[in-house]
Design a protein around this ligand. Sequence first.
Ligand SMILES: NC(=O)c1ccc[n+]([C@@H]2O[C@H](COP(=O)([O-])OP(=O)(O)OC[C@H]3O[C@@H](n4cnc5c(N)ncnc54)[C@H](O)[C@@H]3O)[C@@H](O)[C@H]2O)c1
Length: 333
Amino acid sequence: MTRSLVRVGVIGAGNMGQAYTRVLRQSDLRFRAEVVAVCDQDLARARQLAGPQAGAWDDVAQMLAEQELDWVYQATPDHAHKEPFLALMAAGVPTLVEKPLATTLEDALAMSEAASRAGVQAQVNFTNRINPAFVQAKAAVEAGQVGRPLGVYARLSNVFTYPKENLSWAARSSVAWFLISHTADLAAWLTGWRATSVLAHGVKGKLAQLGVDTWDLIQALVTYEDGGSALLEASWTLPASMPSIVDFEFVVHGDDGQIAVDTTRQMVTVAGPAKYAYPGTLGWTQRQISDSLDRLEAPAGGDPLGDGLANTALLVALHDSLRSGRPEPVREF
Ligand SMILES: NC(=O)c1ccc[n+]([C@@H]2O[C@H](COP(=O)([O-])OP(=O)(O)OC[C@H]3O[C@@H](n4cnc5c(N)ncnc54)[C@H](O)[C@@H]3O)[C@@H](O)[C@H]2O)c1
């Protein structure tokens, strides 16, 4: 029996929408799924990504009324996740929505409730859970290879040109929403801990001078109900000369060992006459999409966005602490 292709919609035709569409069209996933619809509030952008093979819309509700979809990848800016997502849940379309779930607790709660009500597969794209390095780290923690986790240290940063040139909405987000969302999720996922409070400090200057009014660097100390702690650091100020746009180091301290992940160098260096680079070798987007498509076969239900909601709650407390200068409690749900 020939199985028909999964009909995929992409909402947000920017950096991520383009990258995921490319993987869907160029990898083996093309034998499993087909991008049939692209929606972006900028219709020209949607049309360009859709090409001749797919329809293009600038309105999510209209797209959903005119095109049947089996699965949607939603990659709108950090602050603009709620509206498209609620429309998708109301239409009962399984969705992979980008991290962070939302940048306010109100948005995150509305999205989480809508996903539970809809009873379809809904997932926040915490891609590092599929990153091979963290899959190994998780297995090591679960096998007790480092004993009981005591604490986490993580550093995840970007070159300053990334927020300045690639994220037109960087000033409406922050390096914490954009990057600590990943490391905070990894800390919770690897240890099973629930965050109770955050003390954060941030520095502004370089990006503000360049016209992007947001934090350059944020350092946060998170404490968890189990007594553990995490030091999560992220900067958007790395020099453009870096061989990679990302610098990423992650350590789990156990009472009988340590796990250290360093993905920055990607195992290969290429030194050309003008550029020294770490070409990406740990790409896992195809696996992420494949995993989401597998879930379409599984029954949905429960609280699919619970981890996304917890992540937003932690990051809301972190931003409260940046303003107050004091430790702030993380709301529990
Ligand atoms: N999982 C990861 O590893 C990872 C990596 C990078 C970015 N992200 C996340 O992906 C998301 C998108 O980032 P990006 O770099 O692609 O941003 P981008 O600015 O390049 O693209 C966003 C697109 O969404 C469109 N848009 C905005 N509101 C819309 C709406 N209501 N309906 C339809 N289209 C709308 C914009 O016009 C734009 O084209 C962000 O939440 C970001 O944090 C995730």
